[in-house]
Design a protein around this ligand. Sequence first.
Ligand code: GRF
Length: 201
Amino acid sequence: MTMRVAVAVSGRGSNLEALLRALEPGAPARVVLVLSSRADAVALERARAHGVPAEVLAEPSDAGAWLERLAAHRVDLLVLAGYLKLVPAAVIARFRDRIINVHPALLPAFGGHGMYGRRVHEAVLASGARESGATVHLVDEAYDRGAILAQARVPVLADDTPDRLAARVLAVEHRLLPAVVLAAAAAGHPVPLSDTVESTS
Ligand code: GRF
């Protein structure tokens, strides 16, 4: 049976694109719905270019609107890929252990409220950490706190800038997230990945 995946986005959607490419026809999982908290998210165009229904949440805190759409598309797994708002508690309760998020650092470090985008990489560089990476984790009621399913490490280089580190991390996110979704499809629910995806750069 194909696992039916919804992806929630707020912006660029490069992780969505990586998922859409990885989950080609015949794959055990398929993106059936994209939900955006913003009407101007580039991710919406990416979804439509792949023929995937893409909808804007007029009020992202409205749990009823989420649940209605997720039910209408018979969604099994919800993936947060650059989704910047808190998912309503009623949605988390209904989809307990079936919501995952990708974060651009090695949680539990450099996560939590306000830790997103460039700020994450600035904080990593300011800390003097020698490595960073990407984390895919289960989503619960707090930002970035659910059980970790998979991580991929990248080195922090001596002359790094936030943008260069971000690009290196993003490259591994694009492999890690599809790998976790495919493992979830094989198991029927999200599972920890034993293999770590390492950076080649
Ligand atoms: C990624 O770095 C992801 O880890 C974080 O937000 C960014 C989204 O990028 N949650 P994109 O929209 O998938 O290109």
